[in-house]
Design a protein. Structure first.
Length: 201
């Protein structure tokens, strides 16, 4: 799966904004930046965090291509990724929001049974139950997970931009696609400090 991530803001508060439907790459989209934003990687020719100082590195051939507004990260679906520090990102069970624009040009499978998961972005201790905060897809379904339990909803189509948001308030985590609420459940989150933020694959 080739994936393009355009915006990866992480906030301590839910970013209330008018979410825009998928749009052509040549129009300007106002960005939903408000107070509380702790990191923002716009992918404008680099992996710089223009808010929080968590600038990253592009790995294994990760590149850039036109995005919703400006450029976007481009990953080959095999081993490309962006890695950055996660300094200042919410830890433990703190409230948080993680959003991105994503477009896929293909999916591994449309069948949820035995389908590899596609990683969009996340941080924490990957592989340890409750200690990560991850957005991705299984087949064509978007999900948010703590690396164990998760929420899925919203079917993705190829070659179309989607705005995806994971919002955690207290012990309830909710998933939004293009501004529409998909599902909310109790999800134990306990992300540790001193981890990395990853985007791509």
């Amino acid at each position: 799966m080739t994936m393009v991530i355009a915006v990866l803001p992480v906030s301590r508060r839910f970013i209330r904004s008018k979410f825009f439907p998928p749009a052509p790459a040549n129009i300007s989209i106002p960005l939903p930046i408000t107070n509380g934003l702790v990191s923002y990687w716009p992918a404008d020719g680099n992996a710089d965090d223009i808010v929080g100082g968590n600038s990253g590195d592009m790995m294994n051939g990760a590149a850039y291509r036109p995005g919703v507004s400006g450029q976007a990260f481009s990953f080959d679906g095999v081993d490309d990724f962006m890695v950055a520090p996660a300094t200042g990102l919410p830890i433990g069970n703190s409230d948080r929001t993680m959003t991105l624009w994503v477009m896929a040009d293909s999916f591994t499978s449309s069948n949820l049974v035995d389908t590899p998961e596609e990683f969009f972005c996340g941080y924490g201790r990957f592989g340890v139950f409750t200690q990560s905060y991850v957005l991705g897809s299984g087949a064509t379904y978007v999900f948010v997970t703590n690396w164990g339990k998760g929420i899925s909803g919203g079917v993705l189509e190829t070659d179309r931009w989607y705005h995806v948001a994971a919002v955690t308030r207290g012990n309830i985590t909710s998933l939004y696609v293009n501004g529409l609420f998909k599902k909310g459940v109790t999800l134990d989150i306990n992300t540790p400090a001193d981890t990395q933020f990853l985007g791509g694959r």
